[in-house]
Design a protein around this ligand. Structure first.
Ligand code: FAD
Length: 477
């Protein structure tokens, strides 16, 4: 349903603190560059409001920026002189195609349709009632919009593949303000870009159509070691990952556990199975091969998406300052040595570093670009490494951001590239796609947004425009 007057706040006619509160209110990271001030803020309640925002930008000869869940670390939605369209109130419900009204052609196909601002927790709450799930982001409140466009490292990504591979269609508003649908057979180039372009997607997604999975039970094994065991434990995780159970996600984390003064290194195995017996059988070989010396051991404990969302929300508390960065370490590297500094010298008690095992997903042949499964996402290795630095005081900004950039500056010399989702292009220039996909993405962007109406990638000075990112390593001295 369209609202005749989209709620618009204009920079020049709104009290500055009110304007600022709307512009930054739903941005998760409290470390913000408030020197970026949009021209106007549009709280969209319908697709018509999104079209109105694009037209407003056109009339003012400026750009449009988009916000779904507000979880981009660098606040990509807030751009100088742009019309910011916030989709957080998009008045469109999730639907499995059944129920009242005309039955759409996709009803009964295990597809769910939902607005771009839907979060993983919201979607899985809806699907639970229907015995289904969607392998969205680990953090409950990440928006599907930003998450899926950049590929989406969701639950058990290492085996089930990237979340964007479950996108079967998108409704978008184009850079000219037209409403179009894109899928493998309709506007296929735009659909290809929707699976990996990230914040450089040249249109605004209002709605996703997503293939869901059966809802399974969840079990977890956990092994917590002193950080002195880091190398031995990470090597064990790396060795067992390629052949471990196909329904088990594997992650290793360096962090301070609550109430513990010692930095720890833990290996976490989250298993999705129909029964506890099946999970025990899947987790037993891992348990039997574990290194000695764990401080805490948990074998096949029952858990749930709701519980895991709670754990993630605690690890990523609201109201904090963050700096995240990441790299895909090359497959032939001595990974524990390359990552040692990142895992063992965290700059604050709330910070953490993760190793996310990606093999076997990382070893699959990429789908042909012109097939329905084709996707812009094309950068991966067996070893995903990310730093999540968390602190509270502004006075710690330089120390914490400096630590992240220092560690990554060394790690990236052993890496194939990076994931868009945990990156900040203002500071690090690296490879996000294969050569071929990066080139095609630039062409698709030029075709669908030749004037650079949609903001695109926030690089240093916000200059990337229609050209997008270079997709090259640029070593800093
Ligand atoms: C606490 C936390 C946990 C995270 N966990 C994970 C995880 O488990 N897996 C993972 O892969 N990533 C994870 N991320 C990274 C996250 O997926 C990205 O930051 C993502 O961009 C956030 O999406 P959003 O819609 O919430 O953010 P927003 O800031 O709203 O959007 C980011 C940008 O994406 C583009 N965009 C968003 N929506 C649309 C749209 N509808 N149409 C067109 N462009 C759009 C815009 O350029 C926008 O500025 C996490 C981030 C945080 C802060």
């Amino acid at each position: 349903m369209s609202s005749p007057n989209p709620p618009i706040l204009h920079r020049d006619t709104t009290d500055p603190s009110t304007f600022q509160a709307h512009v930054w209110g739903r941005v998760f990271n409290k470390r913000r560059d408030t020197s970026r001030v949009p021209l106007a803020f549009v709280k969209a309640r319908s697709t018509a409001d999104v079209v109105a925002a694009v037209k407003l930008a056109e009339a003012n000869d400026t750009r449009v920026s988009v916000r779904s869940g507000g979880h981009s670390w660098a606040g990509w939605s807030v751009r100088q002189d742009a019309v910011l369209v916030d989709l957080g109130d998009l008045d469109l419900d999730a639907s499995d195609g059944e129920g009242e009204g005309e039955r759409p052609a996709w009803a009964g196909s295990r597809v769910v349709s939902c607005p771009a601002s839907t979060t993983g927790r919201m979607l899985n709450g809806y699907l639970k009632e229907r015995g289904r799930m969607f392998a969205g982001g680990h953090c409950p409140d990440v928006g599907l919009g930003g998450f899926l466009l950049q590929g989406g490292m969701g639950w058990n990504c290492k085996n089930w593949g990237w979340a964007c591979e479950s996108v079967v269609g998108v409704d978008v508003v184009t850079a000219e303000g037209r409403e179009v649908h894109a899928s493998g057979i309709e506007n296929a180039d735009l659909f290809w870009a929707a699976k990996g372009a990230g914040p450089g997607f040249p249109a605004i997604v209002t709605r996703f159509y997503l293939l869901t999975r059966p809802l399974l039970e969840m079990y977890q094994s956990l092994y917590v070691f002193p950080i002195s065991e880091y190398k031995r434990v990470l090597q064990w995780v790396i060795d067992i990952s390629p052949t471990a159970d196909p329904d088990t996600e594997i992650v290793a984390v360096a962090s301070y556990l609550p109430g513990d003064d010692e930095l720890t290194f833990l290996a976490n195995f989250t298993c999705f199975k129909p029964t506890k017996a099946a999970a025990e059988a899947a987790l037993a070989p891992i348990h039997e091969s574990r290194p000695a010396g764990a401080k805490i051991e948990v074998f096949c404990d029952g858990t749930s998406l709701a519980k895991e969302y709670g754990t993630q929300a605690c690890a990523n508390p609201e109201g904090h300052r963050y700096c995240a960065e990441n790299a895909y370490v090359s497959n032939d590297e001595d990974v524990p040595s390359v990552l040692e500094k990142g895992f063992t010298t965290l700059p604050s008690r709330k910070s953490f570093a993760i190793y996310f095992a990606m093999n076997p997903t990382s070893r699959r042949a990429p789908p042909a670009a012109d097939s329905q499964a084709g996707m812009a996402l094309s950068m991966q290795s067996d070893h995903y490494f990310a730093l999540y630095t968390v602190w509270e005081d502004e006075s710690d900004d330089e120390r914490c951001t400096g630590w992240v950039r220092g560690v990554m500056g060394e790690v990236e010399r052993h890496a194939d590239g990076s994931y868009l989702g945990d990156s900040d292009f203002q500071y690090r220039r690296t490879r996000f796609w294969s050569e071929e996909a990066g080139k095609r993405l630039r062409e698709v962007r030029r075709k669908w947004d030749p004037k650079g109406r949609i903001c695109g990638y926030l690089d240093e000075g916000d200059r990337s425009g229609v050209d997008g990112l270079k997709n090259e390593f640029e070593w800093k001295s």
